[in-house]
Ligand binder design. Structure first.
Ligand code: PHE
Length: 340
């Protein structure tokens, strides 16, 4: 019996060495010390021993059980320690690893050029106002001295939504809304989208952007118009820039001009950016027509003003040497990321 016990002990200790996880450990524990385990089995046989042997064997059994329990406990602690180490190793943050790069957004070139432009006009005392893109015929045409059947309507192919509503073809509609709601002195710019039923090509898009400007006060003259617009052109294109005023026609201004700047790329020699003209047309402008002032309740005998409409897309493509206006609307990130 003693031998059997020693053998069991030796076997158990041996098996313990091969145990790798808790499941294996529990199984072994049950196999040896469980209710139907090997040690229990041997104990049952004690009844057959002579009486004087029993206490000795009893002691031995207890010693072995105690020893095995200690060893089991140690192995269990080892397993737990190893699991903990593995978990910590897995959860450890390696601070020497390179960080994850996050892509940050950037302003669209139209937005960043608009910001520059707004800064220039705000520094000259202008307010920035918003106007609706869905307009009535009245604000887009009639109040701007373009009555029904006026030929000027044909030059701006209009998207009509209903008989009454249309997509504005020009930000000039914002002039009327401002003059209806403010008393002179007025000094505003109003940037926004405008729409015309144009075929898409490298220089045309059915949606594009204008920045309207309006100044109304006592004694405003063509000199003020020239001064403000020359200053604007030099700030945006550089101090060397030459500015040219050409006579033009708009129904809501009289006299009217178109304003060109010398091409900053070739200095006026002619190149790809200015299409060999040496000049780039950037805006239309003029003295606000007395009919327009009067229609908004501003007495043209007392007040006068000038207005201008800047083509923001043109400004952006020439400033950044972008050859095709469609790039501004396609939102291809490979293109846009060059500006952020
Ligand atoms: N609204 C005109 C256009 O779209 C531009 C303009 C604005 C002209 C203001 C004169 C005054 O062509």
């Amino acid at each position: 019996m003693k031998e059997k016990l020693e053998q069991l002990r030796a076997q158990a200790l041996d098996s313990l060495k091969g145990i790798k996880d808790k499941k294996g450990l529990d199984e072994l524990r049950i196999k040896i010390m469980g209710k139907k385990g090997q040690l229990t089995e041997i104990l049952r046989g004690m009844g057959a021993l002579p009486a004087e042997e029993r206490p000795k064997i009893g002691q031995l059994v207890n010693r072995i059980r105690q020893e095995l329990e200690e060893r089991f406990g140690e192995v269990e602690a080892e397993i737990e320690e190893r699991l903990k180490k593995e978990r910590l190793a897995f959860e450890t943050v390696d601070i020497t690893m390179p960080g994850k790069k996050r892509r940050t957004g950037g302003l669209h070139p139209l937005s960043s050029v608009l910001e520059v432009l707004i800064d220039i006009f705000v520094s000259m005392g202008f307010d920035v106002v918003d106007g609706p893109e869905v307009e009535t015929d009245y604000y887009n045409f009639e109040a701007l001295n373009v009555p029904k059947d006026h030929p000027a309507r044909d030059t701006q192919d209009t998207f009509y939504l209903t008989d009454k509503f249309l997509l504005r073809t020009q930000t000039s509609s914002a002039q009327i809304r401002v003059m209806e709601n403010r008393k002179p002195p007025i000094r505003i710019i109003s940037p926004g989208r405008v729409y015309r039923a144009d075929e898409v090509d490298a220089t045309h898009s059915p949606v594009f952007h204008q920045v309207e400007g309006l100044v109304v006060d006592r004694g405003i003259t063509m000199c003020d118009l020239k001064g403000v617009l020359e200053q604007f052109a030099r700030e945006i294109y550089g101090p060397e820039t030459k500015v040219r005023f050409r006579p033009s026609f708009f129904p809501f201004t009289e006299p009217s001009v178109e304003v060109d700047v010398s091409c900053g790329e070739c200095g006026g020699q002619g190149c790809r950016v200015c299409k060999d003209a040496g000049w780039i047309e950037i805006l239309g402008a003029g003295m606000v027509h007395p009919n327009v002032l009067a229609g908004c309740g501003i007495d043209p005998e007392i007040y006068s003003g000038f207005a201008f409409g800047i083509g923001l897309d043109r400004l952006t493509t020439t400033r950044h040497k972008i050859s095709d206006i469609r790039l501004l609307f396609e939102n291809d990130l490979r293109f846009l990321e060059q500006f952020s």
